[in-house]
Design a protein around this ligand. Structure first.
Ligand code: ADP
Ligand code: MG
Length: 249
């Protein structure tokens, strides 16, 4: 095929990285059961580039399960997850911070990110990633010697390796002291300002209200609210929302 042929093609291939109005990530009708427990019962979620969606709900409500499906680390019984942008190899690119990020304790922080960078089809500047998550000074420290909060920031850095267009963060602020929580949400805001679609779960009501564009409340396998933070506080009620945020508030 010459270029002239391609331009005359009446059925051109869609550009997988075209911007348009397509959501950065879309989950449609996800259902999943563990044994006879329906953890998700037909939930759908679309997130645009630059949007921050906070997923809240009591412990055991299925937040981590849904986030794993969005991150494509496992597949739901039913439903689809579609990611708009793909890497050079045609793979969907979703950065993921698991609720319990695991690292090899003997690696330095920089090596931990270098190790992960091997699996990404992009040039990765590990020093720059460490800088973004505030760990520049910890580059040479063993992961096993990092505090819980720093390990979580390193997990955030790992999710940012290769600059994915979609980032899924499972309780990124848990275990962080209040100052670190602020820093974490500042990083998340900066990501969204740069056009990244962010989905995160959190028990930190204050920072979520300030930072998220939308709050989605998960209960009994379904979304009981999906709106801007103020509207969700009004519709769910502050007291019930506090319950939804769980006992970690
Ligand atoms: P949350 O993150 O909101 O606390 P989870 O998604 O971790 O909720 O868990 C939702 C429900 O699914 C819980 O009842 C949990 O025990 C169950 N569950 C999660 N993962 C598994 C698994 N791999 N096998 C069996 N049950 C699971
Ligand atoms: Mg969880």
């Amino acid at each position: 095929n010459t270029d002239a042929d391609a331009s005359a093609d009446p059925h051109p291939e869609p550009d997988p990285n075209a911007e348009g109005d397509r959501p950065a990530i879309a989950a449609a009708d996800l259902s999943h059961a563990f044994g006879d427990v329906d953890v998700l019962d037909g939930v759908s979620l679309s997130v645009a580039s630059g949007e921050i969606v906070a997923l809240v709900g009591p412990n055991g409500s299925g937040k981590s399960t849904l986030l794993r499906f969005l991150a494509r680390v496992r597949a739901p019984d039913e439903g689809t997850v579609t990611v708009a942008s793909t890497d050079a190899g045609g793979r969907a690119r979703v950065g993921y911070l698991p609720q319990q990020p695991g690292f090899r304790a003997g690696f330095s922080a920089a090596d931990a990110l270098e190790f992960y960078a091997q699996f990404v089809d992009e040039d990765v500047n590990v020093a720059e990633v460490l800088e973004r998550v505030g760990l520049a000074d910890a580059a040479d420290r063993r992961v096993g010697a990092l505090s819980g909060g720093m390990t979580r920031l390193l997990g955030l850095g790992r999710a940012l390796v290769g600059d994915p267009a979609v980032v899924v963060l499972d309780e990124p602020a848990s275990g962080l002291d209040p100052g670190m929580v602020e820093r974490l949400f500042d990083i998340v805001s900066a990501l969204a300002d740069a056009g990244v679609a962010v989905v995160l779960s959190s028990h930190n009501l204050g920072p979520v209200e300030r930072t998220a564009d939308r709050v989605v409340v998960l209960d009994g396998g379904r979304f009981v609210a999906d709106d801007d933070p103020r509207a969700v506080v009004e519709s769910v009620g502050a007291a019930d929302l506090q319950t939804a945020f769980g006992d970690l508030v």
